[in-house]
Design a binder for this molecule. Structure first.
Ligand SMILES: Nc1ncnc2c1ncn2[C@@H]1O[C@H](COP(=O)(O)OP(=O)(O)OP(=O)(O)O)[C@@H](O)[C@H]1O
Ligand SMILES: [Mg+2]
Length: 328
């Protein structure tokens, strides 16, 4: 049987305390007012729980949730057929909402604002607009790219939350909870170490836990402990900071090739041969969080911490090649 690790209600959701506190208030007051919850926007890096929170809201309010995403609503008619089918209080969840086509977005404005849907009917000559009244619904939008949302769309969300990267302690808690659901044996210390290296992202902590579980069968153990975690991280090329090969290449390029910056994202992306979005969404949020880089209007800058790391790491590399020389 597949066991879901997705938290089902606000109490099961770990971390993001401010969001939980305020959502609790909004949810409770919505229930007493017999109205739909205000339109809500979640933004932040991938894997922090945006989709999970949208589903939790629908569970807590006991309403249906229709889930879709920006690029798949190609035409106004696609949006219209979704909206017309929503019952009072229902949630429409649009993931990647920054990727909605412009024409669709414009129709969404009036649907959000006064629950009316203007539809152009008839042929060119006899074209006229009819307005369809919609049931009061809640739009929940999610995006990793707040900056790409158009201001008119942004302004129509009454509730806006920025999801923050999690602390290692919160990730440890998530790991212990997930291990229990999966019936994986893990020591407290092992969970702590994984939490430290999960880059602040619950999805990564879950992936790491699964890799560790794979390792238990490889090395014939039935518990994930400190020793196993150490070996697994070595094998996965993840260091004590939670940094992987791509992060190290980023830091190396920024500190040596670009002499610490400032350097633009395009140049970094070209030098790494990686898509700009991956760098902005996945690599940089964590490097910023651990004070390795700064995003400034002029470009990315390496901090002293990154420079020290870089020096240490690449000196280590040099030492290794030196010892290879003496070896052969
Ligand atoms: N606070 C949390 N407590 C426990 N598990 C969490 C928490 N946040 C996220 N998760 C788990 O992490 C995984 C990723 O969460 P989710 O899919 O909600 O992220 P997302 O922000 O929607 O990511 P994306 O931007 O890629 O769509 C899920 O398996 C979810 O169960
Ligand atoms: Mg999601």
């Amino acid at each position: 049987m597949y066991k879901s690790i997705r938290p089902k209600n606000l109490d099961e959701f770990i971390g993001q305390e401010n969001i939980k506190k305020s959502l609790r208030i909004f949810i409770d007051s919505t229930k007493t007012r017999d109205e739909a919850l205000d339109h809500t926007l979640f933004y932040g890096p991938p894997g922090l729980g945006k989709t999970t929170l949208a589903k939790i809201i629908s569970e807590e309010l006991n309403v249906s949730i229709k889930q879709t995403n920006g690029p798949s609503i190609e035409k106004v008619a696609d949006l219209a057929s979704i909206l017309i089918n929503l019952s009072k209080g229902d949630i429409l969840f649009i993931d990647e909402i920054h990727r909605l086509p412009k024409t669709v977005e414009e129709v969404l404005y009036s649907a959000m604002e006064d629950f009316k849907l203007p539809i152009v009917a008839g042929s060119r000559k006899s074209a006229h607009t009819i307005v369809i009244n919609l049931n009061q619904f809640t739009l929940i939008g999610a995006t990793t790219r707040f900056g790409l949302l158009s201001p008119p769309l942004r302004d129509r969300f009454g509730i806006v939350y920025h999801l923050e990267i999690y602390s290692p302690e919160e990730l440890k808690e998530i790991i212990l909870r997930d291990a229990q659901i999966f019936e994986i044996k893990i020591t407290d210390e092992a969970a702590r170490l994984i939490g430290l290296r999960a880059r602040g992202v619950p999805r990564i902590s879950i992936q790491l836990l699964k890799r560790m579980r794979d390792f238990t069968s490889v090395i014939g153990k039935n518990v994930i402990d400190e020793e196993l975690v150490g070996k697994a991280f070595k094998d996965l090329h993840i260091d004590d900071f939670g940094l992987n090969d791509l992060d190290r290449k980023y830091i190396f390029n920024l500190t040596s090739r670009f002499k610490g910056g400032p350097v633009g994202i395009e140049a970094i992306s070209t030098s790494l041969g990686e898509d700009k979005g991956t760098i902005e969404d996945i690599v940089e949020p964590y490097l910023i969080k651990i004070d390795f880089i700064l995003r400034t209007p002029k470009g990315r800058i390496a901090t002293n911490k990154a420079k020290i790391y870089s020096k240490k790491f690449f000196e280590l590399e040099a030492d290794a090649s030196e010892s290879n020389k003496t070896l052969f």
